[in-house]
Design a binder for this molecule. Structure first.
Ligand code: ADP
Ligand code: MG
Length: 353
């Protein structure tokens, strides 16, 4: 890379690596800085402070044509809660930074706050401050704090060869929900052309999974408090993309074997994706914004996790295992093995290249 190339050519993850490389070294109280779902800062009483931040920009993360103000308020906070859940923490306080275009209506603004505060009330988190500025594009940035016991925190690092790999809930719903919304906008739906009904309960379910992801806070906390897992993160960039982050968090390179037919799909996903081919699994493997948990655990804990799934009401599926062999191998239902590098997760700069 030369100084005259644009940052878009580097991509999100190389840019973050460059920031980390050039940043001054961290002091002893920092257990995790750049590179995990939240920073982890040791406190004097044996607990840790967790801090995470996420920014949503109109046109990149959402379109006002397909997102209501209340849903956007909800989601802006939900994506941050998900990162605290992925560390096993209890969220507590947050800051809200808004960049508002001159066209933003006061009614829209109030609805946005209603959506955000309803989730804040539900999860017991309090808004303590922020900043409000004029901007060309609607921009929302939330910084959320949480707490955990130091010994219980789950990191992206920690997976061992032979560990099982689990995911919560179902994958790919959000990507299909977004596709439905975008296709509705453009008025030419490819599923309709295949004779598949586009509306109905399945479409409603998929769209609501996209608009209102459920942060897995209770599940994340129980997994870590009970010391059941070796590594964890939330799936915001797609299963394969985030699995890549988990694997590269280790000093020694690791790989993973994924049984594609074990990847959990909702009834609504199955209703929309008809075949057994790799293409039908693509949204579940690479689609972003599911905000489910991806974690590793020593092999043989299936019964513990099936009890935990009943206790929390969140399904847990074993989708594969961690291997010493670098790379991600996808085992298809027909016996074929595909290199996961051929499919990619979400990179914020990819569309601008
Ligand atoms: P997540 O999807 O969990 O929100 P990201 O992929 O956005 O995580 O970021 C990965 C890691 O890189 C996080 O630890 C985040 O804090 C860090 N990071 C991202 N952008 C920056 C930045 N501009 N400066 C410092 N750290 C950053
Ligand atoms: Mg995350």
């Amino acid at each position: 890379m030369t100084d005259r190339e644009t940052v878009c050519n580097l991509g999100e993850f190389s840019l973050i690596a460059q920031i980390k490389k050039m940043a001054p070294p961290l002091s002893a109280e920092v257990c995790a800085g750049i590179g995990d779902d939240a920073a982890v800062i040791r406190q004097v009483d044996g607990s840790v402070l967790l801090v995470t931040t996420d920014m949503l920009v109109e046109g990149t993360h959402f379109s006002l044509a397909t997102t209501s103000a209340t849903d956007l308020g909800y989601k802006s906070l939900a994506v941050n809660l998900s990162d605290i859940g992925a560390m096993g923490g209890i969220p507590s306080h947050y800051f809200l930074v808004l960049g508002l275009p001159s066209t933003c209506l006061f009614g829209w603004f109030q609805d946005f706050l209603t959506g955000m505060f309803s989730l804040a009330r539900h999860e017991g988190v309090q808004l303590l401050g922020g900043d409000t500025v004029a901007a060309k594009q609607l921009t929302i940035c939330i910084t959320l704090h949480g707490q955990a016991q130091e010994a219980a925190v789950a990191y992206r690092r920690g997976a061992k060869p032979g560990d099982d790999l689990y995911v919560s809930g179902s994958l790919g719903d959000s990507a299909l929900g977004l596709a439905l919304l975008q296709q509705r906008e453009s008025c030419c739906h490819p599923l309709a052309a295949k004779g598949v009904p586009v509306g109905g309960e399945a479409a409603k379910f998929l769209i609501s999974r996209h608009r209102r992801p459920e942060p897995r806070l209770q599940l994340g906390r129980l997994l870590t408090e009970r010391r059941l897992i070796s590594a964890m993160l939330d799936i915001s960039d797609g299963l394969l993309g985030d699995l890549g982050h988990l694997l590269s968090a280790e000093e020694s390179s690791l790989g993973a074997d994924i049984m594609v037919d074990q990847v959990p799909l909702s009834w609504a996903y199955r209703a929309h994706q008809l075949s057994d081919s790799l293409a039908a699994y693509r949204p579940a493997l690479t689609g972003g914004e599911d905000y489910e948990l991806l974690f590793t655990a020593p092999a043989g804990r299936e019964r513990v996790f099936s009890r935990l799934a009943k206790e929390t009401g969140v399904p847990l599926a074993r989708v594969g295992s961690i291997s010493r062999e670098p790379g991600i191998r996808l085992y298809l239902p027909g016996g074929e093995i595909v290199d996961g590098a051929h499919l990619h997760g979400f990179d914020h700069f990819a569309g601008q290249r």
